[in-house]
Write a protein that binds this ligand. Sequence first.
Ligand code: UD1
Length: 375
Amino acid sequence: MGKMKKIDIVAGARPNFMKIAPIIKAIEKAKACGSSLEFRLIHTGQHYDQDMSGSFIEQLGIPAPDINLRVGSGTQTEQTARIMTGYERVLIERKSDACVVVGDVTSTMACAITAQKCQVPVAHVEGGLRSGDWTMPEEINRVVTDSITNWFFTTSQFANENLHKNGVEKERVFFVGNTMIDTLLEYMPKFHKPPIWDELHLRNREYFVITLHRPNNVDEGKKLLSLLSEIVRCSQGRQIVFPVHPRTVKTLAQLGSLPPGLHIANPLGYLEFNYLVMSALAVVTDSGGITEEATVMGVPCMTMRDSTERPETITLGTNELVGTDPLKLEPYVKRLFAGRWKKGIIPPLWDGKASERIVSHLNKLLTIGGGIDQE
Ligand code: UD1
């Protein structure tokens, strides 16, 4: 076995945990077979509640973080600053050989910048996605992260093309598939009913799941209420289950009464939430990750956004981009009730093996080729 190569793996917010879990497992598996990669898990603490972080770490078998920066809530700039100073201290104390960041949250961007400034090469899992909408914080995070990423692990041909258009050499782009789907496929047999299933007497394919947390949908009470009212109006009396993100809770609390038929729930664990999606009639969401999961589970998905960074969920999958105007929803729901929703196929390489491919590339990049061409 050669000299050990140490990789930092960064997670901070809820959608990061399902992306890092299979990478950690693949590193451990490779190590048992003689690979010289080892990891250090950095939790930034951007999400800190049991609901938003702890339960995912437990359910997905993620080891306790080696380091928790405990940055907590704040504006994104405050969080970025705290993550950067915290992670810089960690790297000064013990530099790593590479930093693996996933997705597009504040923690992703902040750690990528810090690593690169400390001359630690950056690998971006889910690199190359673009919505083209700079009003979304996630798009800024993607653009900034990708502009200082050494190695891109991509989920789709669209991502490869975006990177190509930005002048990234193809030697630095590795089309590996989707680590979020690695987790989905691994844990599907363990999905189970949340307690609200019995409380609400839910039945297979007879209810909607909705999730909304984007600032432009949920930060303003009037907008959120008009969205929820329209979803209820279009749903033809079906039950609607709404597990609520902390950002949305704050606005809901100001609304007073909610449209009837809408059932509010706390954020659910991974295994419970995906059981709910898998068995739903359809999902209405403004999340990106859920459109990928719904695609793989073959569940109709309506996205309440004006753009998407995951067009393959529409061109290949079960997702449709409705828009943020609530009045645009009705024709889609009518199509659903008419039994005319598209079937969709699973996008290429979303096969549960993306993490193994990533680890195999990292092994080669860090131990054989060794070097990176830094500008
Ligand atoms: C973040 C990500 C978003 C992702 C979402 C999933 C960024 C820019 N956005 O948005 O891409 O889809 O996570 O959840 O990184 N809060 C709690 N408990 C927690 C965490 C947060 O109460 O454990 C509160 C915060 O105080 C804040 C609100 O929830 O008021 C939002 O949290 P924040 O981390 O700022 O961003 P998200 O909206 O969750």
